[in-house]
Design a protein around this ligand. Sequence first.
Ligand SMILES: Nc1ncnc2c1ncn2[C@@H]1O[C@H](COP(=O)(O)OP(=O)(O)OP(=O)(O)O)[C@@H](O)[C@H]1O
Length: 208
Amino acid sequence: MSLRFHRVSKAFGRSRVLQGASHSFAPGLYALHGPNGIGKSTLLAILAGILDPDEGEVHIDGHSLQSDPVAAKARLSYVPDECPLYPFMTGRELLQFIAGAKCTVIGPEVETLVDRFRLRPYLDTRFGHMSLGTQKKTMLVAAWIGAPAVLLMDEPSNGLDQTTREVLAGCLQALRERCVVIMSTHDAEFARIVGAGVISFDELQAQG
Ligand SMILES: Nc1ncnc2c1ncn2[C@@H]1O[C@H](COP(=O)(O)OP(=O)(O)OP(=O)(O)O)[C@@H](O)[C@H]1O
């Protein structure tokens, strides 16, 4: 279980967001910290294979996202801040769809999470008709499908009530030994209750 990226650069037009960022992560919980607009979401999107870097390479559990993307992406989960996709699918259909895409099934751990996040009453509701918080909880639970080696989350506590934040913190703590969990968050209190190590965005750039 590892995540490594080396000399990753990205610019949007003349705006350089990442300049040779490098880092290696062993299993554990990490909170990516930095001011608005510095590039945290851009970095997560590159690590998740949503965005191509201009230069550099990302390795997910030893597989290159650039030269072996299918193997690399099979080992990772990504939870965006918002998810406008699949409004027509029910919660259950969405979880099954993601399990199918990962060539696996919904196992007992995910079923337990459905109950811990109190999602079961909404499994037959279409995603587009769920509240934003329920959509978020569905995407969070989906991230556990396929036992990822790397879990990337953009602002995971956004829109969650206090009870759900605590449930999420407990679930993340249980991954500490077996997954690289990186979250971008401005919620310092959430990072603290999770027990995440704080990684400064500038620190990653300095290692390039
Ligand atoms: N697709 C894009 N096209 C052009 N510019 C972009 C694009 N995506 C991001 N940017 C720019 O890249 C910079 C970094 O944005 P990013 O969303 O990664 O920052 P962030 O650190 O996640 O910010 P926040 O804390 O506000 O979420 C910003 O200046 C943003 O405007």
